[in-house]
Design a protein around this ligand. Structure first.
Ligand code: GUN
Length: 293
């Protein structure tokens, strides 16, 4: 049974569409530019930023990466962002989370110019998302989930959706996107989190479940209605005696037992992950188009 939602293939299709837009920009003398900022030595952040740099290079987006020491102060990071905000060749700025404890993420994300905020984390862009104002930038991971649903022919109109997790990067914006009035939305959304009384009961009536709570293989087969669509956003490192490193990555979904009963399901890896990058590229191309209009 092939009920897999192939995130790599859909991301490649989107990157093909973006390549045409990059070519138009280049014919007008504009090369999209994106700055990455990474603070400290978080291992996962290094991998993520590395993948994003590679995707930019493949599409013809010029990227530059600023790596700051773990002990960097908030003021030092704000000074760098002020420079990047002012740089004409840069259309997007991405400050990779998590940041060290001495730096307040809310202060940093509020300091990025909203027009360069390709992460969609600035309060202006968060507000526009809540208002259904399409002129803002949407956070990449939940935007990627919506795109996967649309391009896989999943009907969201009137669907019961359960979002597991209420984080600012995925859970909350995911719920905001899917409950919006309009095409590729119009869902009835329930957000479940650590204080939810009976998560299983909520999940069992869902037509679509987005798992983004950061607990390895949290969603089990007995929580899923047969035929439901399962989107796995989780990336969790767990012990694995059979692997050379002694660990492996798993999602928030018990894939092996859920795939046979799911209507559609994202593999992990190869599902939501590649789409986060595709949406970042899309936001950056749009930022470049808007700055040069
Ligand atoms: N850390 C985990 N996901 C993200 C993301 O989408 N953007 C940034 N900047 N940091 C992250």
């Amino acid at each position: 049974m092939n009920n897999l939602i192939d995130g790599r293939a859909i991301a490649a299709q989107i990157q093909g569409e973006l390549a045409a837009r990059v070519a138009v920009l280049k014919s007008r003398g504009v090369v999209p530019g994106l700055a990455f900022v990474r603070v400290g030595e978080d291992a996962a952040s290094k991998v993520y930023v590395g993948r994003k740099e590679k995707a930019c290079a493949e599409l013809g987006i010029i990227s530059e990466t600023h790596v700051l020491a773990e002990k960097t102060s908030e003021a030092e990071l704000l000074a760098l962002i002020a420079k990047l905000n002012a740089a004409k060749h840069l259309h997007g700025i991405l400050v990779q989370a998590p940041l060290p404890k001495q730096i307040r993420e809310s202060v940093i994300y509020s300091s990025v110019l909203p027009t360069k905020d390709v992460d969609g984390f600035h309060p202006v862009n968060v507000g526009k998302l809540m208002l259904g104002d399409e002129s803002g930038f949407k956070p990449c991971t939940p935007a990627g989930v919506v795109e996967l649903l649309v391009r896989s022919g999943v009907k969201t109109d009137g669907a019961e959706v359960v979002v597991l997790g209420r984080g600012n990067i995925v859970g909350k914006p995911m719920a905001a996107m899917l409950c919006q009035k309009g095409k590729s939305a119009n869902s009835t959304v329930t957000i479940c989190h650590s204080a939810t009384r009976d998560i299983k009961a909520h999940c069992q009536r869902a037509d679509i479940i987005v798992a983004a709570l950061g607990v390895a293989e949290f969603l089990k087969a007995d929580m899923v209605k047969p035929g439901a669509v399962i989107m796995d956003v989780g990336v969790n490192r767990v012990p694995d005696a059979t692997s050379k490193t002694g660990t492996k990555l798993v999602g928030d979904v018990d894939f092996k037992n859920i795939q046979p009963i799911a209507g559609k399901i994202t593999p992990n890896p190869g599902g939501v992950g590649p789409m986060t990058i595709a949406m970042l590229l899309q936001n950056t191309v749009r930022a470049a188009e808007q700055s040069s209009n």
